[in-house]
Design a protein around this ligand. Structure first.
Ligand code: HEC
Ligand code: HEC
Length: 454
């Protein structure tokens, strides 16, 4: 796969007017947060990707584009507050999972299961990363202090076989390229009848662009055409700066150009502290040795046991469960392995304060509730889960009982027992949330200093 992409990339770089040497190592004239030249104009292929991204005629009913769910005005996440979005031919078919943001996805490695610690893995660039010239922006800090959360979870991970990477909450697709076809034929998303329909539409609407960019042969080869379209959509997400701006207050803080308030600074400390929030053990927050910004995920999969969300229509069926890697949407050798059931990919927390719903099933609507879930799940489960008919609290109610052993009860803050004090007090939860709010892009340091001076 990497070979194929690189092969295709060569003429593209020429098209984009980038020097090969510069692109290969991600060096921009002015070093940027992610090592990619944010000033470069979109290549012709990325411009095609952009057209496709916003084109509703590529959906079954002609009304829905990628941007309908991945709204550029909201960091490529939905603008509305629905737990799951409506799609399909009549825009009335509910999805089964919350829509993730598309920002900061370009450094996602391919799906793998391995013993490698995060640090080893970071040394290998994913095919996506190599192909795009985007330097690895998610690598964990090479030098972590002894008490930082990063160090604590890396040890635990090394002992286990950990799934990581891939696209979607269940990692079922390896790359942005391969991902693009899925929403186009999903019955609850863009709902084209089949791949042949998509192919016919592309040929009709984009035939000229496609033959100019990829050659006439592609026009008559359905699989090639679908693959080039995926490539174009991926190039758009890689090249368009608003998919990875790195302009949050925290980014300015890391570059020494902003000062956190007392509350935010306390929140960051709790986020890092291996005995308190321990959030950074999964949501990596340190700059790497070579100056790459953190992406707030280690791309690993975890079963957190978040409560069932009755707002998802599929959940009306008591026998239905979303078990992440084990399906319903994933169907391969990994989805039949019991130890993977209930595991979902750790999402980035960049722009998390602009999201309306949280977790794969959108069960929470505030960051306070999310953080409270982490610290009270086991100490005060009656505040987190519903009760059954006999009045007993049903802990981990969104997973079938046989998979509940997969739920993480080892990593802090989820290692507490019934009746223990929660790892964070309400005041500390408020501090962590204040810190999470510093992760939204579009921070203006000039405005902030004016405010501070007043
Ligand atoms: C009806 C809403 C909807 C539309 C339209 C839609 N998506 Fe999505 N998208 C989703 C949902 C829901 C998920 C998560 C699905 C899952 O995890 O199983 C997702 C996930 C993704 C992901 C993976 C992100 C991650 O965090 O792993 C990418 C990339 C993506 N979509 C790109 C696109 C592109 C490109 C289009 C247009 C061709 C598109 N989407 C159209 C709802 C939508
Ligand atoms: C052991 C790894 C791990 C730790 C520790 C951890 N998280 Fe997470 N986080 C995850 C995973 C995995 C998910 C997705 C789970 C799901 O949807 O089922 C997630 C999801 C989230 C989300 C929802 C994001 C979205 O887009 O829906 C937020 C917010 C969040 N975590 C904040 C925190 C905070 C705050 C802490 C510390 C108090 C923390 N996390 C600790 C792994 C972790």
């Amino acid at each position: 796969m990497p070979l194929q992409i690189n092969h295709r990339l060569l003429p593209l770089l020429a098209l984009a007017g980038l020097s090969l040497a510069g692109a290969a190592v991600g060096v921009a004239s002015e070093p940027t947060a992610n090592g990619y030249d944010e000033q470069a104009p979109l290549s012709a292929v990325a411009q095609l990707g952009k057209k496709l991204f916003f084109d509703p005629s590529l959906s079954g009913n002609g009304q829905m584009s990628c941007a309908s769910c991945h709204d550029p005005a909201n960091h490529y996440a939905p603008a509305n507050g629905l737990a799951v979005q409506l799609g399909g031919l009549h825009l009335d078919q509910p999805g089964i999972r919350a829509v993730p943001s598309l920002a900061y996805k370009t450094s996602t490695p391919s799906f793998s299961i391995g013993e490698e610690s995060a640090a080893d893995e970071a040394a290998e660039a994913s095919p996506m990363t190599e192909a795009s010239g985007v330097a690895l922006a998610n690598a964990p800090a090479s030098v972590a202090g002894p008490l930082t959360a990063q160090a604590v979870k890396a040890d635990a991970a090394a002992a286990n076989l950990v799934p990581r990477g891939g696209m979607f909450w269940d990692g079922r697709i390896d790359s942005l390229e391969e991902q693009a076809l899925q929403p186009m034929i999903s019955p609850f998303e863009m709902a084209n009848a089949d791949v042949a329909t998509v192919y016919a539409k592309l040929k009709k609407g984009y035939g000229k662009d496609i033959s100019a960019l990829f050659g006439d042969n592609v026009l008559n080869d359905r699989d090639m055409m679908i693959s080039e379209i995926g490539f174009a959509l991926a190039r758009y997400q890689i090249e368009e700066p608003s998919f990875h701006p790195y302009t949050s207050k925290y980014d300015y803080y890391l570059r020494g150009k902003a000062v956190l308030t007392d509350t935010e600074a306390r929140g960051l400390k709790l986020f890092d502290d291996a005995n308190k929030g321990n959030c950074a053990s999964c949501h990596l927050d340190k700059m790497t040795g070579d100056g790459q910004m953190p992406n707030f995920t280690d791309f690993e999969f975890e079963a957190l046991g978040v409560p069932r969300n009755p707002a998802i229509p599929a959940n009306a069926d008591a026998h239905y469960y979303d078990t992440g890697i084990c399906g319903p949407l994933r169907n391969d050798t990994y989805s039949v392995q019991q130890q993977n059931c209930g595991l979902f990919k750790t999402p980035t927390l960049r722009n998390v304060a602009t999201r309306h719903v949280f977790f794969h099933n959108g069960v929470y609507r505030t960051l306070e509730d999310v953080t409270r879930f982490y610290v009270k799940r086991d100490t005060n489960p009656e505040e987190i889960y519903p009760k059954d008919a006999s009045g007993k609290v049903v802990k981990y109610d969104d997973l079938p009982p046989q998979y509940r052993a997969n739920i993480d009860i080892i990593d802090a803050p989820m290692n507490r027992k019934l009746g223990d004090a929660p790892a964070l007090s309400d005041a500390e939860i408020a501090d962590v949330v204040a810190f999470l709010r510093t992760l939204s892009d579009g921070y203006d340091p000039a405005k902030d200093s004016v405010k501070a001076a007043r």
